[in-house]
Write a protein that binds this ligand. Structure first.
Ligand SMILES: [Zn+2]
Length: 316
């Protein structure tokens, strides 16, 4: 049996035909017609699914079900409460896609399905209790408990990025102040760096961006930190501190075996891991027993396709 995994993003829709063990057999990608509304998005998905089936030369009957990872919050019936980047509110996504394809459709938050992907075929393979954190524009997360993704009573849990861990100088998109996302995302890192520069601190970043500090990216900050830039180092140290607090909270509550970190910020690789491994133990309550191993996620851009397909497989 085969599965369709769809990674629905604000700029593109990536879809793949995935086998039982999480291997992508065929894939395609299309821009997301955000402005045309959800029916147009569903129509693009339907066409992509047909294309995948045709490319593989199989019949629709060989497809077991469809999984969709969304940049938002939905319930277990695949009803999307909201997806900010898509300007969606109260969209019956699973129902609409099911109606058009005749196949069962399972919808989940993108970070949660990515956790599933890492669990089936990535950094969390074979790990019974694990956490996946993605540090990108925002911070997303997924919990794997007893080999299953956990999303709480209504299916809207595991919003790890909105764990409140301190007071911050700007509010989170969710309306709260102090969310992990505002300390540990790529956005948070650039915002804090820009703040330091606006306060008059000298930095290599000013020259690198020819004074256009709005052009500073997380990647550039890591590069400059590597070359000894004090502002970049200070901003990264702050990210590491709060991310470590967030991770230690997760360890203290759930005691997972492994925590995998993905997303753009994780491209800093061992530089980031080394700092986290030094800082996290300061905040873990019980250091007498070994706590979670921190690793880099492995599936990168494929996490959404593989994860949503494997999520659907698990739910079907
Ligand atoms: Zn928040």
């Amino acid at each position: 049996m085969k599965y369709i995994g769809i990674d629905l993003g604000g700029t593109s829709i990536k879809a793949g035909l995935v086998n039982e063990v999480g291997e992508i057999l065929k894939r395609c990608s299309e821009p997301t017609p955000v402005k045309e509304g959800y029916r147009a998005v569903v129509q693009v998905m339907v066409e992509m699914i047909d294309q995948l089936i045709k490319q593989e030369g199989i019949s629709k009957e060989e497809i077991n079900c469809i999984g969709v990872g969304i940049p938002g919050v939905c319930n277990k019936e695949g009803f999307v409460y909201y997806a900010t980047n898509l300007f969606w509110e109260n969209i019956p996504l699973a129902e609409a896609l099911q109606e058009k394809t005749g196949l069962s459709v399972y919808v989940e938050n993108d970070a949660t399905v990515a956790a599933m992907g890492e669990s089936v075929k990535g950094a969390l393979t074979g790990v019974k209790n694990a956490i996946f954190l993605t540090l990108g524009t925002g911070v997303g997360g997924g919990l794997v408990i007893n080999n299953q993704v956990y999303s709480g009573n209504h299916g809207i849990g595991s919003e790890l990025g909105h764990m409140v861990i301190g007071e911050n100088f700007y509010d989170c998109n969710c309306g709260n102040n102090g969310c992990l996302e505002t300390f540990a995302s790529a956005t948070a890192l650039t915002k804090y760096t820009q703040k330091l520069i606006k306060e008059g601190k000298e930095s290599m970043l000013i020259e690198k961006t020819q004074g256009e500090i709005e052009a500073i990216t997380a990647k550039l900050i890591f590069e400059c930190a590597y070359h000894g830039d004090a502002v970049s180092i200070q901003a990264i140290e702050r990210l590491v501190k709060y991310l470590s607090i967030g991770i230690a909270n997760l360890i203290n509550i759930l005691a997972p075996e492994v925590i995998a970190i993905g997303g753009g910020v994780s491209q800093a690789g061992d530089y980031l891991l080394d700092k986290l491994n030094k800082t996290i133990p300061q905040y873990v309550w019980c250091n007498h027993v070994p706590h979670a191993k921190i690793v880099l996620a492995e599936l990168k851009n494929d996490a959404g396709i593989i994860g949503s397909a494997m999520f659907a497989r698990a739910r079907d």
